[in-house]
Design a binder for this molecule. Structure first.
Ligand code: FAD
Length: 140
């Protein structure tokens, strides 16, 4: 298996209904393709991780990459993995606009930093940690 993490920017600010449409289709497709993961949305920005069989993950990412509902899609991490960190989540979701405190601060710091290819791997690791924190917050 592999997992990947990307960030992107919504083309326009999305309503709850539009986000709901994306999630509905994602969950349906991901379940069929044996993909699990998590999607975070904050102030027009997305962070998503996908994990599962390499070909399925890459094909799904290609489809997402071409989706005109977002732009500046940048893959920041792709790694092999023996275990799923988001098992049971065909696509976990957090609208971080509705968060307060430390979590919001952590996302703001990440999103406001310019992306530098030299630090991409370290940043990818940090973003992945953030997604794991959200997983624990949502399930806990
Ligand atoms: P269809 O069933 O053909 O269409 C899906 C629905 O989405 C339809 O109701 C259609 O009206 C609507 N739709 C499609 N394109 C647009 C558009 N441009 N504007 C408005 N509405 C539209 N897909 C996954 O499979 N897994 C994911 O994890 C995943 N994550 C995503 C994360 C983000 C941030 C975004 C923006 C999209 C994501 N998608 C994901 C959706 C993906 O980009 C494709 O739209 C989707 O996979 C197409 O699947 P389908 O052919 O079964 O869709």
């Amino acid at each position: 298996m592999i997992y990947l993490v990307y960030v992107s920017t919504a083309t326009t600010l999305l309503s709850d209904e539009e986000l709901g449409d994306i999630l509905h289709v994602s969950r349906r497709n991901n379940e069929a393709a044996d993909i699990t993961g998590m999607l975070l949305y904050r102030n027009g920005n997305f962070i998503q991780t996908l994990e599962g069989p390499p070909q399925a993950v890459r094909e799904t990412y290609e489809r997402i990459f071409r989706d005109p509902r977002h732009k500046s899609v940048i893959k920041i991490l792709e790694r092999p993995t023996e275990v799923r960190n988001f098992a049971g989540w065909s696509m976990g979701f957090r609208n971080a606009d509705k968060l307060s405190g430390e979590d919001k601060k952590a996302i703001n710091v990440f999103l406001s930093e310019p992306s530098d290819p030299k630090t991409a791997d370290a940043r990818g690791g940090l973003v992945y940690k953030l997604l794991l924190n959200f997983r624990d917050a949502v399930s806990g």
